[in-house]
Design a protein around this ligand. Structure first.
Ligand SMILES: [Zn+2]
Length: 97
């Protein structure tokens, strides 16, 4: 089972800090983390669906089915990450008012 998200490399630690209201989206570590996580998930989907295509073309049903499950999991994780990102951006908007 592959890890779906890694922590950002070279970040400042303290990932789960409370919402930094005075920080703009441009230098917000949480925005960066969520962007990275979204890109990671999308890259994983590219990789997985490419492998799945190969498995399909090779007629490898077992591998195809395994990859299908992984695609679903990563897709779910990607949707949650994007949901969290939108929610987080709303919090930025509210903080500005
Ligand atoms: Zn942010």
């Amino acid at each position: 089972m592959t890890r779906i998200f890694r922590h950002p490399v070279g970040g400042q630690g303290g990932i789960l800090k409370p919402m930094p209201t005075e920080i703009s989206t441009a230098n917000c570590p949480e925005c960066t983390r969520l962007q990275d996580a979204t890109q990671d998930a999308l890259r994983q989907l590219v990789r997985l669906t490419s492998s799945q295509l190969e498995a399909f073309q090779a007629g490898d049903n077992g591998r195809f089915a395994r990859l299908d499950k992984e695609v679903e999991q990563v897709m779910g994780a990607k949707e949650r990450t994007i949901g969290a990102f939108h929610q987080h951006q709303k919090e930025h908007d509210n903080a500005r008012r």
